[in-house]
Design a protein around this ligand. Structure first.
Ligand SMILES: NC(=O)c1ccc[n+]([C@@H]2O[C@H](COP(=O)([O-])OP(=O)(O)OC[C@H]3O[C@@H](n4cnc5c(N)ncnc54)[C@H](O)[C@@H]3O)[C@@H](O)[C@H]2O)c1
Length: 336
């Protein structure tokens, strides 16, 4: 019989792309459990509503009773947890919700998985747990955990709790630590969609500091295929880095977006740097490639072009996510 998975946080950017990818590339069914915070958007999944293999449940991962009800109603093969507060800037201005959701929420989910004897628990983590790099070096799964932002600290704490559940209770847990994602349906507080949407509207493009910080980019579909490879084939207790050798300085990303859109670099505004801004991330995903045979499919150049096309072709989605107080919030945040 085909498996059913509980996907937590499936209405966000990566979770919604993962559900779409999974329904297209496997015969599993999915229950999407999501609290619909400002970052959760059911429009991200509107094309899947009529798929009999897809169900949505409105729920919070911190709510043990609601979780137990949902998990008790079906025979789930596993849980994949994408649900989180995810924006570093918001974690700087308000860290408490990050501990609540990312740490206490993950704990509630682990407890529920343990109580119901769920076969496998996959925690979606981030390369930011490793902290920052200088000009050289790369993060392996054995790098020290040295989170620098409240967001990264909360994700690291969750990873340690997942590890503890494996070692203490013998639970089958796995963790993935991915680099920066880009692609369709990303909330425009993150660098790439923020720059695309501002450029499309001829609004200023705020760049932190001197723009020389380096991020390691991966197309969201490559993240999705990697998560599925880990879910299906990793050994219990393992951690896998996910990355696609996509290092780029922020300024180069911004310039590439302007160039593809045919817009002037005069739109760029350098703004005060993010406090404690990590300089560089670089992920070594060779274990994933050699142990599980995974390969990314998207080059950064082609992936960026197709991503820009998606935002251009989905003006209604863009208008919806930028409605209400969105523009004013970001003008004030960047002091533009
Ligand atoms: N975006 C990246 O570049 C990136 C890179 C590596 C890892 N990650 C990790 O991937 C995961 C998904 O990231 P994203 O960018 O899609 O995030 P996102 O902010 O777009 O979506 C988060 C989703 O979680 C839901 N959520 C938040 N709190 C919840 C709660 N208490 N209960 C249930 N649902 C809740 C939101 O409604 C939203 O749908 C996160 O765990 C993040 O740490 C993200």
């Amino acid at each position: 019989m085909a498996k059913t998975l509980l996907i937590c946080g499936g209405a966000g950017f990566i979770g919604s792309n993962f559900i779409r990818w999974l329904l297209a590339n496997s015969d599993v069914s999915v229950v999407n459990y999501d609290a619909l915070t400002y970052a959760g958007n059911l429009e991200n999944l509107s094309d899947l509503e009529s798929d009999p293999r897809y169900t949505f449940v409105h729920g919070d991962i911190r709510d043990a009773a609601a979780l137990n009800k949902t998990v008790g109603e079906q025979d789930f093969d596993g849980i994949i947890n994408f649900a989180a507060e995810t924006h570093v800037d918001r974690s700087i201005s308000g860290p408490a919700i990050f501990v609540d959701t990312n740490v206490s929420g993950t704990l509630a989910l682990l407890e529920c998985a343990r109580a119901h004897g769920i076969r496998r628990f996959l925690q979606i983590s981030t390369d930011e747990v490793y902290g920052t790099l200088g000009r050289d070096g790369t993060f392996t799964e054995h790098s020290q955990l040295r989170p620098n932002s409240p967001y990264a600290a909360s994700k690291t704490s969750a990873d340690l709790m997942v590890r503890a559940y494996h070692h203490t209770y013998g639970m089958d847990t796995v963790i993935t630590r991915c680099s920066n994602n880009y692609g369709p349906r990303q909330f425009p507080e993150k660098l790439i969609p923020l720059m695309i949407l501002n450029a499309l509207d001829d609004e200023p493009l705020p760049v932190y500091g001197d723009g020389e910080n380096v991020r390691d980019w991966i197309h969201v579909d490559d993240h999705c295929s990697a998560v599925w490879a880990v879910y299906c084939n990793a050994n219990a207790g393992e951690v896998y880095n996910i990355g696609a050798d996509g290092e780029q300085a922020n300024m180069d990303v911004v310039r590439a977006i302007l160039q593809i859109l045919g817009k002037s670099e005069r739109l760029i505004r350098f703004v005060a740097d993010r406090p404690g801004h990590d300089f560089r991330y670089s992920v070594d995903a060779s274990a994933l490639r050699s142990n599980l045979g995974w390969q990314p499919r998207h080059s950064f150049e082609a992936g960026l072009r197709s991503t820009i096309e998606w935002y251009r072709a989905n003006a209604d989605w863009c208008a919806h996510v930028r409605s209400g107080a969105y523009r004013e919030y970001y003008r004030q945040h960047y002091k533009l």
